[in-house]
Ligand binder design. Structure first.
Ligand SMILES: [Zn+2]
Length: 1004
């Protein structure tokens, strides 16, 4: 199929052209033709003819099926149906459709590997919204994409390399990037195909990768604009450092976990004076500080107390002496210290703790970094230099204890920050990084949400969003990785060669050899070329002048030709934040951008509301002055049947494609959507998916019944639907369709997609299959003058298929195509582009609904009595309905009640005319009672004996509990709860006794 979007078939349907695409008798073998012919089809059922042949020639699929198979086989269907949709161009937006534009930009899955079950939920929810809007006649676009996922992808490729005994340094930056691109090439295709298997009707011709040229330009344009406006800056700050990934992380990439640890209380002696050489002297008095990370004490520069704390107020301005390393540090007063926590004193380590960093800034304290980037202690740690951080902790605690400086150790539960990628404990470290100043960006994004320009579903997330935004901190955007958007900053070696410090790995030496660290100019003086430095070096240029550009510059502004690009890459979320418009062509002013921005819905997991949603809102407003989407729909996390988070590494994961293979995509989709509600986690189990597969089969069988009943004769869709003269059940079912369509619309507008799908299920199974079709069977068997139920059944099936299509697209399309071949008046090309029922048919019929409800109640009541009395299912028995006034349910409906309840039915208007002795009765309200005589149904004497025995047992129970409760001692001694329980038991026993006596009376 070429690029022609589908141009017909949506909307009215009347007079539209339809080929019989999936079920053509003439077989087109793999033929693909981009030109849609405009010749009207001669009509379904007629087959043949040149128009039909041409229609079939446009198909990109092969099917020889004419009849529906005995049971539904998703494996034989889904792929074929999907190719049919895609080849017809149905996933592309139809710009001339009459409705309002609807657009979703897909959250791009990471290119790290296969899709997981969370993606299946995302795909399902978004595809439901997309299909619904497409069928409503809205121009509809779903933009798919894939994320390069910097740190995650680099990690998986490094793991692959490790299997070969290699590190990325062995390959060098360029070759490593090539390896990652090879990986990307492999997984991009796999991921797109997995979306297709899940039924995602996205416009694949627009698939975007975050490292494509367009998004690259969007990233660089954003960086430059923000840098020029002072919103991006470089600074030395305390950042989260992963010692394993060797990169900075944003606050949001750190997971917190509670761990059992200790709180160490350390004595810092107060300095009493200084000796002749100026060395501090100490006495017995000390400040006791409590810490969870004793190894950082070597970086302490002060002890802080609250200025109002009466215990320590007078000590502010004095000094203490750090044990072992013998550093004298001041006592400062700071409001950040909590008087009630621990000893009310705080050791201040600005180089290793964010709170201390701020205290240090307020008091002009030095910052000591005592750790290397691999989390070993550095020379600042004195005798502990070179030790790993945890080894150092043990040695330090031991030393302090031996020297008498350890006051006490308490067990303590500690919230530990872990790298969300590799779960290594994150270390707060001082480092030069690039930051985005967030306050200016956050302000309009707060206002937009307050003003209702963006709506959160469910609503409670608005507060969560606002809370975070109001306390937002600057965003660390640089990452010490090789894979990602490289920071568009260059340094001129010609001017700043003395200020650029290069770590140079000589390629002739083994990769674990110590690299040379020298300035650029020093290396050049050693005969190393500019090109060699670029190939084998990384550099830090904090003192050099940054040259920020969108296009890679050839020369510096003063003409120097030796440029070095910043070695860092950007946080992946920096490009993700631009996603709603970088996918539509921004920074260019494209027709797509004008047509689709702002988009309609952002559908994603609630766990990335800050990482992603908030940043998209801020950046959208920053660049385009308009919010990027109107609605944010947040889905929950999919858990397994035991409520555990699914995780590949824990072995609790479920591969969605395996589920699709076993049960079909429809079953998985239906299960996921009906189990979920906005913002709530959901549980997935095989039983639930199996039940959904059974539902697909039930639907299939309903359609097969229709086709079998119809035989070869064409069925015409009812033109004007049943007025008062029509059979009750016809009026009822079309009225139910009407109610369902209205309710569906209402639920969908509240984003209750699961509830909408559940209601269609209830209708199809509980009303159409269990009642209408069962009645239709009776009616068809009766023959005679009764009108055929087929037109109304065709109508109800068709409408229900339309409403189920968004949730279960494959089976509904397959059935609908079979139906459309037999039913005149189903003129649309395919279900995917058929008009969605809006509940505006005018078929609502309150009387029919009331009467059928009564009819159903009577049948159910009689069936219950039969089951209770263990009457053989096939046997016809007598039954009487007492109805005080004549009602359609018992006139037109009498024959159905008789067949469905297997009774010889008598309808009477007065209770006096109904049998009275030895009967079972069901009072149904509205003056209606069902009466079943029991004589002859079973051995009454035996039944009476059985019930009498039960009455005796129940009476004994009542007596025993009454006695107990009547006992004054029991009442006085037993706890109120026990008495209440006994009273409840008594009430229940009395109720049971009454019911049994009632049954016994029926047998009298
Ligand atoms: Zn890590």
């Amino acid at each position: 199929m070429g690029d022609t979007p589908n141009t017909r078939g949506v909307g009215s349907g009347r007079g539209a052209v339809r080929c019989a695409p999936l079920w053509g008798k003439r077989i087109a073998v793999g033929a693909v033709d981009g030109n849609r012919d405009g010749t009207p089809h001669p009509g379904p059922g007629t087959g043949g003819g040149s128009a039909q042949a041409r229609c079939n020639a446009t198909l990109a699929l092969v099917t020889t099926e004419i009849q529906m198979a005995k049971s539904y086989d998703p494996r034989a269907t889904e792929d074929r149906v999907y190719r049919f949709w895609e080849s017809r161009g149905y996933f592309k937006p139809r710009m001339d459709a009459p409705g309002e534009r609807f657009c979703i930009v897909m959250p791009p899955p990471n290119v790290t590997g296969e899709l997981h079950i969370g993606h299946a939920l995302t795909d399902t929810a978004e595809d439901i919204l997309i299909r619904w809007h497409r069928m409503l006649g809205d121009p509809t676009l779903w933009v798919p994409g894939i994320d390069h996922a910097g740190i995650a992808t680099q990690n998986v490729v490094e793991k692959e390399l490790a299997k070969e005994g290699l590190t990325r340094h062995d390959l060098g930056r360029e070759a490593f990037e090539q390896r990652v691109w090879t990986w990307v090439g492999r997984y991009r295709g796999i991921i797109s195909n997995q979306h297709r298997r899940l039924g995602a009707s996205a416009d694949w011709s627009r698939e975007v990768f975050t490292l494509d040229d367009g998004p690259q330009r969007a990233v660089r344009t954003t960086f430059k604009k923000m840098f020029d406006e002072g919103l991006i800056y470089r600074g030395e700050r305390l950042i989260n450092w992963c010692p394993r990934c060797q990169t900075a992380l944003s606050d949001l990439e750190v997971e917190h976990e509670e761990q059992n640890s200790s709180l160490w209380h350390i004595r810092y002696p107060l300095v009493t004076g200084h000796d002749a050489e100026g060395r501090p002297t100490v006495g017995d008095e000390a400040m006791v500080v409590a810490t969870t990370r004793p190894e950082t004490f070597v970086g302490d520069v002060a002890v802080a107390v609250h200025p109002d704390d009466p215990r320590y107020r007078d000590r502010i301005g004095q000094t203490v002496l750090l044990p072992v390393i013998q550093r004298e540090v001041p006592i400062v007063g700071d409001d950040a210290v909590e008087m009630e926590f621990g000893t009310g004193t705080l050791k201040v380590t600005p180089g290793h703790d964010p709170v201390d960093f701020e205290i240090g800034q307020r008091h002009g304290l030095p910052r000591i970094n005592a750790m290397n980037l691999d989390a070993t202690m550095n020379e600042q740690a004195g005798p502990y230099a070179g030790m790993d951080r945890y080894e150092a902790r043990n040695v330090i605690v031991r030393d302090l204890e031996e020297l008498g400086y350890l006051a006490k150790v308490e067990p303590h539960v500690l919230s530990v920050g872990l790298c969300s990628r590799c779960h290594t404990v994150v270390e707060p470290l001082m480092s030069w990084q690039w930051f985005v100043r967030m306050e200016t960006l956050a302000r309009p994004a707060i206002e937009a949400v307050r003003a209702g320009k963006v709506r959160f579903i469910p609503e409670r997330f608005e507060r969560i969003y606002l809370n975070w935004m109001e306390n937002i901190r600057d965003w660390c955007i640089s990452r010490q990785l090789w894979w990602g958007h490289r920071i568009p900053v260059w340094y001129s070696a010609d001017e700043d060669g003395d200020r650029i410090v290069v770590t140079y790995r000589d390629p002739r030496l083994p990769s674990d050899a110590k690299p040379t660290v020298a300035t650029y100019n020093e290396l050049r003086a050693q005969g190393i070329t500019h090109e060699q430095i670029i190939a084998h070096g990384t550099w830090s240029a904090v003192a050099a002048t940054p040259i920020v550009a969108i296009e890679t510059p050839e020369r510096s502004p003063t003409g120097g030709g030796h440029l070095l690009q910043d070695t860092d890459v950007l946080d992946t979320w920096f490009s993700s934040g631009l996603w709603p418009f970088s996918t539509l062509g921004w920074p260019d002013d494209t027709p797509e951008l004008r047509a689709w921005y702002p988009t309609s819905v952002m559908e994603t997991g609630y766990d990335i509301i800050f990482l992603w949603v908030a940043r998209m809102i801020m950046l959208g407003l920053y660049h385009l002055g308009e919010v990027p989407f109107r609605d944010v729909y947040l889905h929950g996390t999919v858990r397994n049947e035991h409520g555990q988070r699914m995780s590949k590494s824990l072995g609790t994961g479920v591969d969605p494609l395996q589920v699709v293979e076993q049960y079909g995509a429809d079953a998985l989709r239906f299960t996921l959507i009906t189990a979920s509600g906005p913002g709530n986690d959901l549980r997935l189990s095989n039983e639930k998916v199996e039940a959904s597969r059974n539902f697909a089969n039930k639907l299939w069988n309903a359609a097969r019944f229709f086709l079998t009943l119809a035989g070869e004769a064409p069925v015409r869709m009812p033109e004007a639907l049943p007025a008062t003269g029509a059979p009750l059940e016809d009026r009822w079912i079309v009225s139910r369709v009407e109610s369902l369509a209205r309710s569906y619309d209402e639920q969908m507008r509240k984003f209750e997609m699961g509830e909408a799908a559940r209601q269609v299920y209830d209708f199809l199974w509980g009303e159409l299959a269990d009642w209408y079709i069962e009645i239709a069977k009776v009616r068809a068997r009766a023959g005679g003058d009764a009108p055929s139920p087929l037109p109304v059944l065709a109508y109800a099936l068709d409408r229900a298929l339309r409403m189920l299509h968004p949730a279960m697209p494959f089976v509904t399309e397959e059935i609908w195509q079979a139906l459309a071949r037999r039913v005149e008046g189903l003129d649309e090309e395919a279900l995917i582009v058929a008009a969605f029922p809006r509940g505006e048919s005018g078929y609502a019929d309150a009387e029919a609904e009331r009467e059928m409800a009564l009819l159903i109640d009577v049948v159910r009541a009689i069936r219950n009595i039969r089951a209770e009395k263990r009457v053989e299912p096939a046997r016809f028995i007598d039954a009487t309905v007492v109805s005080e006034r004549p009602r359609p349910a018992f006139e037109a409906g009498a024959a159905y009640i008789a067949q469905l309840a297997r009774v010889r039915l008598q309808v009477v208007s007065s209770p006096d005319d109904a049998p009275k002795e030895q009967v079972a009765k069901a009072v149904l309200g509205d003056g209606v009672t069902a009466v079943v005589p029991l004589a002859g149904l079973f051995d009454i004497a035996a039944e009476r004996a059985r019930i009498e025995k039960q009455v005796a047992d129940a009476a004994a129970d009542v007596g025993r509990i009454e006695a107990k409760l009547g006992n004054a001692q029991f009442r006085a001694k037993a706890p109120a709860q026990v008495v209440a329980t006994e009273e409840e038991r008594l009430a229940a026993a009395r109720q049971r006794l009454d019911a049994l006596r009632g049954s016994l009376a029926e047998l009298a």
